[in-house]
Design a protein around this ligand. Structure first.
Ligand SMILES: [Zn+2]
Length: 149
């Protein structure tokens, strides 16, 4: 059986995103759908302290998760397009910052936290966030789950 795996092809501009099943490079097949936390538990699950999480959700209704999103990828080996929950991690190395991407098949429940998704009922809190953030110039986003000043 011939593997069409192209993991070893050097293309520096591509994000190093590989099929969890085959380890093959995958081509992006959609735009990124940013994930939002709209419940304090979403932030707590990601390591934020309960009080900070409660305060943030109270103030902003929904908070974008800057290093997580939903995106579709095409795998040549699978010959399928699948939606993945992508989590980006920064790795500090001697050559500078390198990104590491962790992929898992996107569970249905995550779509409720995604932006730009057309679905019945939509996600009112994500729209509400956008309006509030536009008014609040101090808003910096949540990065690495530090506390916003
Ligand atoms: Zn595959």
């Amino acid at each position: 059986m011939t593997r069409r795996c192209d993991r070893n092809r050097k293309r520096s501009k591509r994000r190093p995103i590989y099929c969890p099943m085959h380890g093959c490079y995958m081509d992006s097949a959609s735009r990124k759908h940013t994930l939002f936390a709209d419940k304090p538990e979403h932030l707590q699950q990601r390591g934020m302290k309960r009080l900070s999480a409660l305060t943030l959700i109270q103030n902003y209704t929904a908070v974008p998760l800057t290093d997580e999103w939903l995106e579709a990828f095409w795998c040549q080996d699978c010959q399928t397009k699948s939606w993945y929950h992508v989590r980006r991690q920064e790795n500090l190395q001697s050559q500078g910052v390198k990104y590491h991407y962790e992929l898992s098949i996107a569970p249905e429940s995550l779509w409720r936290q995604a932006s730009g998704v057309i679905q019945p009922g939509g996600n009112p809190s994500v729209g509400e966030f956008t309006r509030r953030a536009a008014r609040d110039s101090r808003y910096q986003g949540v990065r690495g789950f530090g506390v916003i000043g």
